[in-house]
Design a protein around this ligand. Structure first.
Ligand code: MN
Length: 235
């Protein structure tokens, strides 16, 4: 059978890899909710002993380091969540915790951008989180640092500033589930594949941004990323 129109084939979503010519081709983007106790407290999200959980963003929601993040429609409370991103190199199912880091190709700094007003509304009404979390350009992500180059990230400062003022500051060691536990747990829900990115949750200090703001994110060992917030509804 002939393919009627090859142009409908979507462009591969890629994230650059530090020190390599070939970029990392993204398959899926998973996110962990409720992975730092101090953020659960600021969100007043109920029982702190409830386990973290997962949601997804579309792969083409990724915005590359240095680019503009358009202010999305349908919100007046557009918020930042700085997160460590783990990239899956080799997929698998039911991966044991002790083997989980063997599946991690590397790490990046990401920001889980959130329409907080829509997320709260969905939570209160028992509706899915998509409108609050899984929209266009909602996943700014810096370059990937291979674990073979920087090791596995298990501790160190994670922080985000807006226009030079620190908003979020925590330590990777504060995560409720560490990266190995996240990979193991997620692989029970879904078959993980090469190219999957996992945003691993955010520390306290989340807050709103407005057009023209400049967000700078840092994680010890992974350098710095920066994004400017664009005009409202500039799509
Ligand atoms: Mn998040």
């Amino acid at each position: 059978m002939q393919v009627a129109n090859r142009s409908v084939r979507p462009t591969a979503i890629q994230v650059p890899v530090v020190g390599a010519d070939e970029a990392f081709v993204v398959r899926r983007v998973y996110c962990v909710g409720r992975n730092y106790v101090d953020h659960i407290r600021e969100m007043k999200e109920g029982d702190e002993r409830d386990p973290p959980f997962f949601f997804q963003k579309p792969a083409d929601a990724i915005v590359r380091d240095g680019d503009t993040v358009p202010y999305p429609p349908l919100t007046s409370d557009f918020q930042h969540e700085i997160e460590l991103v783990a990239a899956i190199g080799q997929g698998g199912v039911d991966i044991p915790v002790a083997r989980a880091l063997d599946h991690v190709f590397g790490y990046a700094i990401g920001i889980d951008m959130t329409r907080r007003d829509r997320q709260r509304e969905a939570r209160e009404r028992g509706l899915p989180w998509e409108i609050g979390k899984s929209f266009d350009a909602s996943a700014p992500c810096g370059p990937l640092f291979p674990a073979s180059r920087v090791g596995h990230i298990t501790s160190g400062v994670i922080s985000l500033s807006v226009n030079g003022a620190t908003r979020q500051r925590g330590d990777i060691a504060q995560m409720i589930w560490n990266v190995a536990e996240i990979v193991a747990n997620l692989s029970q829900h879904y078959a993980l594949g090469s190219g999957d990115l996992i945003f691993t949750g955010t520390p306290a200090g989340v807050g709103p941004v407005v057009p023209g703001d400049r967000m700078v994110g840092n994680i010890a060992g992974l350098g710095e990323i920066s994004f400017t917030i664009g005009e409202r509804n500039a799509r």
